[in-house]
Design a protein around this ligand. Structure first.
Ligand code: FE2
Length: 259
């Protein structure tokens, strides 16, 4: 089955524009949010501007993307986040100006308010929100330095709280925090659902390709299916290069119904 929409959660490369060009040219409906690595070593904002120019209307930072042929839209959170609460890199400040925490929250909330009630409410960020746990294996837990802390984004968490006053988001998807913990100390929890029913997906399986015990090359993609506005499947999938699902790990959803 082909996806209706492909999401790219950022850190496409360390600033190499060739991959960005290839993603922009893909003949598929897509949304991208850039990550902290996408500015490369350039703190001036020049390379980040080039990335944004290549992506054009496909970049969803602080805005909502829509498509005429799809009953779905994507709400973008703060672009280029490095996690850890709220911090704007020099490159981001050069491009977007000195955006403060409240302004970032307001932009995300405003974008979410535009999502029609009959569409799923999907928020995409580079780093996930704070509030998902402070253990090293938490979806946004700091694992590379002790003590382990919640390394999620504060503005995104505040925005999700405000959005939830009107409507609970169906899916929050992000990357940044690699699934494999540092020094071989385990695997991160990458999917969870809170009491309100919002599903959180950390899609940062790094690297995205590898060889299994049988010597077979597999590629990782995360997969979400909706029935109307209801999330009915959320999974990590490992594909063969010709597109066959070889292995799947699913998030157990409350009151599961077929898609
Ligand atoms: Fe990142």
């Amino acid at each position: 089955m082909q996806p209706d929409l492909t999401l790219f959660v950022g850190d496409l490369s360390d600033g190499d524009l060739r991959l960005t060009r290839r993603i922009a040219a893909l003949p598929t409906t897509k949304a991208v949010i850039l990550g902290n690595h996408d500015r490369g070593g350039d703190r001036s904002g020049g390379l980040l501007r080039q990335q944004l120019a290549l992506l054009g209307q496909h970049h969803c930072g602080w805005t909502r993307l829509t498509w005429d042929h799809l009953p779905v839209s994507i709400v973008g959170a703060r672009p280029c986040s490095a996690g850890g609460g709220f911090h704007l890199s020099k490159a981001v400040q050069a491009v977007y100006g000195p955006v403060d925490l409240q302004t970032s929250v307001d932009r995300i909330v405003a974008a979410a308010a535009e999502v029609p009630s009959d569409q799923p409410l999907i928020v995409m960020a580079h780093c996930g929100p704070s509030g998902l746990g402070s253990d090293p294996e938490s979806p946004c837990g700091r694992d590379w330095k002790k003590p382990a802390v919640d390394w999620g984004d504060q503005d995104l968490a505040l925005a999700l709280d405000r959005i939830s006053q009107r409507r609970h988001p169906d899916l929050v998807v992000f990357g940044h925090m690699h699934h494999a913990l540092k020094r071989g100390s385990g695997i991160r929890q990458s999917m969870l659902r809170n009491r309100s029913g919002t599903a959180f997906l950390n899609a940062a399986c790094v690297p995205r390709s590898g060889v299994n015990a049988d010597g077979l090359l597999l590629l990782h993609l995360s997969w979400a299916e909706f029935s109307g506005s209801r999330l009915c499947c959320l999974a990590h999938r490992w594909y063969t290069p010709d597109g066959v699902v070889r292995h799947e790990e699913r998030l157990a959803l409350a009151n599961p119904q077929p898609c």
